[in-house]
Design a protein. Sequence first.
Length: 270
Amino acid sequence: MSNKDVLVFEIDQAKGKPKDVKKVKKSTDYCPFCDTENLTNIIDQKGDMIWLKNKFRTLKDTDQTIVIESHEHDADISTYSVEKNREVFNYIYECWNQMIQSKKYESVLMYKNFGPMSGGSLRHPHFQIIGLDKVNGYKHIESENFTGMDVFNNKHINVNISEKPVMGFVEFNIIINNPKYLDDLAEFARVTVKYILDDFYGGKFDSYNIFFYREGNKIICKLTARYVVSPYFVGYRLSQRDGDKQVRGIADVLLERLRDNVQSKEINDL
Ligand SMILES: [Zn+2]
């Protein structure tokens, strides 16, 4: 592996970075994303969504940007209305696509942290969109990371549980075959996030990540509950998955949740 594959963390930049995820929120805690009047380096804005440069740029040779999803500090995908959530997904896609189309970067990543185990430091709902100057962030990702046991399938959208997860254990993939179906991607993701936080393994998870990928015209959204990283992965880069019977059970319950809650004509095809 050459140095080109490694992101370099610059510790000086991280000093003074606000952090409120683990602490009980006190009135004295300051959230820079609530203080919209003092936000700087705003790139674009739509309603209460704001795309800006990250003030605390910790990674060398990168362009770190953030999309603040809502003015509400405690909001989340799991609590948004169907309409609000669609607005968020459409807007982040626009921002991500703009950075990709600029051709300024070797690759552009888009992901979200939620909860104390996710790697996030601020509760206020936001996505990260990061342009990497030199690194291909998708180098270790293969098509097979996006296929597995089907939960839902029709001609525009596929929901499955990874048979070969990037890390494991349970990774949900939501795939649309064209960006014009983003509204459906948003809606299937909204219900899946709710499932991850409320039902998955009896609701024991309080943290999740969402990652975005593109493959030709396809947009892939990978959602995963977060937990302490397994030593198999830390030491050997060995990913793990649940057994088939367990995955079938999860797929069946998720399909039920999608049927009951997704507001999209796609689900009527069932
Ligand atoms: Zn806030």
